[in-house]
Design a protein around this ligand. Sequence first.
Ligand code: PHE
Length: 410
Amino acid sequence: PSPSSLSVLGQSILTDDYTNVTPAILSKLPIRLWEKHGHPLCTLRSLVESHFSDFASLSAPSPLVTPAQNFDVLSFPPDHPGRARSDSYYLNRSLMLRTHASTHQVESFAKEHDRWLLTADVYRRDEIDASHYPVFHQMEGGRVFGTDTTSLKILEEENRALEEVLERSPIHIVDAPHYSPTNPVQAGHSADAAALVSRSLKLSLNGLMLKLFGGASNKDEPLQVRWIEAEFPFTSPSFEVEVFFRGKWLEILGSGVVLQSTLDRANVPGKIGWAFGLGLERIAMILFSIPDIRLFWTSDERFHSQFSPNAISTFVPYSKYPAASRDISFWLGAGTHDNDVYDVVRDVVGDVAEDVVVLDRFTHPKTGRRSATFRITYRSMERSLVGSEVSAMQGRVRDTLIGRLGVEMR
Ligand code: PHE
C-alpha cells in the first residue's frame, strides 16, 4: 500500500491518485550539485555567471511548484503534453516538481531586477540512457528594457557596441530573422522594439557561446553558431541556438522575447524583455568530455579528483566495468507508459541501470492487450557486478513491475 504522506525537503505532503514521484527521485532534491565547489556543473554555472557578471544571481527556490506556476502563468495550453503524468512528476494533484527553470520567470522579473540569472534542478520523466536522467539542471536568464524612446536608443547603442566586439572575434553566425510571419512580434509590441530586443538577446548569447566553446577557434576556423526559429508557449519570437563543436551541430538553448502576459503578471509595466534557458548537463558533457550523465551523481573520487574549481578540463574515463544485459517481456496494464517502467528500474537498481531499450512490441489482435520486451543493461561505474547480482536485480525489477504496475509476465 502506498503511504498517504511523503516527507519532502522537511515538508509533509499528502499523496493522492496523481502521485507518481518515486523514492529515487525524492532522494535527489537535497543534493544541489550546482553548489558543490569543483563539480563540473558548478564550474559551468560560474562560467555562465561570469559572462553575465552584472546580472543578479538568484538562488533556486524549492523545486516543488504548482502546475499553475510551471505551466499556466507561462501560457502553456491546457492540453500541453508536458502536463501529463507520464511526462512529469507529481506529488499530488496540486504540487509537482518543476520541469524547467522558466517556472520562476514571473517571480524573478517581479523582484525588479532588470537582469537576472537563476540555476535550478528540474525533473522530467524520460528514458534511460547515457544522456537522459530524470533530474537535470538549467540556467535561466532574463532581462527587461524600458520601451520609451530614450531606453530604446540606449539599447540600440549597446547592441552596436556588442556587435563591434563580435565582428572582431573568431565567430561565424548564421542568423535567423529577428521576427517573421511564422515567428511573430507580439500584438502589443512595436516591430522596432521587438527587433532591438531579439538582437540584444542574440548578441549576449553569441558572446556566451564564444566564451564556452570558442577556446580553440581562430580567424581561419571560427566558432560556428546558428540561430533557428523556434516555438515556446512563453516567448514570441522564439529561437534556438546551435553550435558546431567537434564535428556536430549541438542544440544549446532555447530563448525568445518574453510574452507580455508574463511581464504583466510580474507587474513590471512599460517593459519589454528577453529570456533564455540552457541545460547544464548537455553543455558540461561536451565541454568536459563526460560520456555518461550518471557520472554527475557519482561519489567516486576517480571522477571528482579530475576536476578543479573554475577550470574546464578533459575527463579521462577510468576503466569501464563489464556490462550485463537481461531481457524481460510482459503484458502492460491499460494505462501503463514506458516511463512507468523506467521509473521502476531507477527506483529498484538506481544508477546501475545504464540503458533500457524496447526490443519488441506486440498488440494482441483480438484482445488489444499490449506487450513489450525491454532490454535492461546493468553496469556499475564503481565495480564489477557478478552474474548472480545482476540476476537478483532483474528479479527485483520483475517483482516491482508486477507489484507496482500490475504487469503480467509472458
Ligand atoms: N524552458 C525552456 C526549456 O526548458 C527553455 C527556454 C527558456 C525557452 C526561456 C525560452 C525562454 O526548453
